[in-house]
Structure formats: C-alpha cells, structure tokens
Design a protein around this ligand. Structure first.
Ligand code: ATP
Ligand code: MG
Length: 244
C-alpha cells in the first residue's frame, strides 16, 4: 500500500546550523502521530519541511508516493503561532478563505462547512482580533481544513487554551482522523498520549518505534536530562521500565 508519508534521509540546515539529521519515517494513511521534543529540537522545522515551505538539504519527502513539491494541496498546516495582526480588521470568514488561496474558484459552502466543523459558523463575521485564544486556534484549524487536505499537520494546537477547549480540539482531531492522516507536535506528553496512535521523539534526529510506547531510553536520549523529571505524571501504560 502507498504510504501517506515517506521521509527518507532528511536533513535540514539553516545556514551552518544542522537542525534535522537523517530523519526517516513512514506513516500509513489515517495514522495519528504525536511528536514530542524539547524547545529548539526541530519540531516546527520538520512540519514546515513537510509542507514544502522549507527545502531539505538532503533526503526527500513523499506524500502518497509523490514528492511534495509535485503534490501541492495535500497537506494542511496549523502553525504554532498565529500570525493574526490583532489590530488588523479581518473576519473569521476571510481568514478561513485564505486557506483556498491556491484555488481558482472559491466556493462559499466549502468555507462554511469548515467553519461548521470547528463550531465557529455563528461568529463568522467577527474580527479575529476579538476572539479568544481557543477560538483563534479553531480558526487556524478551519483555514487548514478548507483545502480538504489528506494530511493535517498541527504545531502545538492546544498550547494557549484551557483544558476544556483543548479537549474539544482533540475530539475534533479524532473525528478528522477518520479520514485524514495527522501529525501533531505538542509539549503536553500527557494529553498527547491519550489521543494519538503513535508517538515519536525528536531532537535533531527522530526516534520512532512505530508504536504508542515511550520508553525511558527514548526520553533520556531526546531530552538529555533525568527522565524522572519528564516521566513524572505520565500514564504508566506508555512508559516502559529501563531494561538495563
Ligand atoms: N528561520 C530560521 N533561521 C535560522 N534558524 C532557525 C530558523 N527557524 C528555527 N531556527 C533554529 O532551528 C532550531 C530548531 O527550531 P524549531 O523552531 O524547529 O524548534 P522547535 O522544536 O519547534 O522548538 P519549540 O518547542 O520552541 O517550538 C532552533 O535552534 C532555532 O533557533
Ligand atoms: Mg516549534
């Protein structure tokens, strides 16, 4: 079966700084992968490379068997920081419409469907600068959804929102996952482990065992600090004992 995502020998550099080194990953369709890793470990860079915004210095990425450059529109991206200008007078509807920027024809019903999906249709005329953090986050998800992507990438989608709204974002993602392959980056190991199907750790290199298990070794290697600190409070089922 063709893989939804196939990453081979991927390296990414910013000038002299190597941020990602020899990343290899294969994901099937409708997979839901969570990626954890410390600040500056390359998580955002990896997602941006998967969208094609950043070009690799080595290796390649295929989406449904084709190199990403020749397969536009397959990937929807929800960025880590919203770039909304607080004082810029743009409506919820218009931000979501921006997700169709590469399409020749703009179909109003597609935009309204995406807004309905994230439960924002009622406030489509509101200015984004007037929204709460959780509402803004959902606007960004709707913007990524309008182009009907096969793959959805989300960078810390719940970092600025309360646990209840966070839960509603995760249940939305679980619903979307019925038809969409999802990669989610988050620092919230607890939340991530209850919703995703697979977990990978990133710190320049990617540690991925094709399972939902995080071992003490994976955390130690990724975070380069005592595992107890990181593992504290983790649901036991995803944390294996040290084997040696
Ligand atoms: N546009 C850029 N130009 C130069 N260096 C960059 C650029 N973007 C990121 N970096 C550097 O690349 C490294 C990885 O950054 P990245 O944003 O991918 O990390 P991250 O894992 O997403 O971190 P965080 O958890 O803080 O969001 C960092 O050292 C960062 O300073
Ligand atoms: Mg980041």
């Amino acid at each position: 079966m063709t893989k939804a995502i196939q990453i081979e020998g991927l390296c990414v550099q910013y000038d002299d700084l190597t941020v990602l080194e020899d990343i290899n990953l294969q994901l099937d369709e409708k997979e839901f992968l969570g990626i954890i890793g410390p600040n500056g470990s390359g998580k955002t860079t990896l997602l941006k490379t998967l969208t094609g915004i950043i070009k690799p210095s080595k290796g390649n990425i295929k989406v449904f068997g084709k190199l990403i450059d020749s397969n536009p529109g397959m990937v929807g991206y929800v960025p880590q920081y919203s770039s909304f200008e607080e004082s810029f007078p743009i409506s919820v509807y218009d931000v979501v419409k921006m997700g169709l920027i590469n399409k020749k024809r703009v179909d109003k019903s597609i935009i309204e469907d995406a807004l309905k999906h994230v439960e924002l249709l009622d406030i489509k005329h509101k200015l984004v600068g007037e929204l709460s953090g959780g509402q803004k986050q959902r606007v960004l998800i709707a913007r990524a959804l309008v182009s009907d992507p096969k793959i959805l990438l989300l960078d810390e989608p719940t970092s600025s929102i309360d646990p209840k709204t966070g839960k509603s974002v995760y249940s939305l993602l679980n619903k979307l996952n019925e038809t969409t392959t999802i990669i989610l980056v988050s620092h919230d190991i607890g939340a991530i482990s209850s919703y995703v199907k697979k977990i990978a750790c990133l710190n320049k290199t990617l540690i991925f065992h094709d399972s939902k298990e995080i071992t003490a070794e994976m955390l130690e290697e990724t975070y380069e600090c005592p595992v107890d600190l990181i593992a504290h409070g983790l649901p036991h089922r995803i944390l294996n004992e040290h084997k040696h």
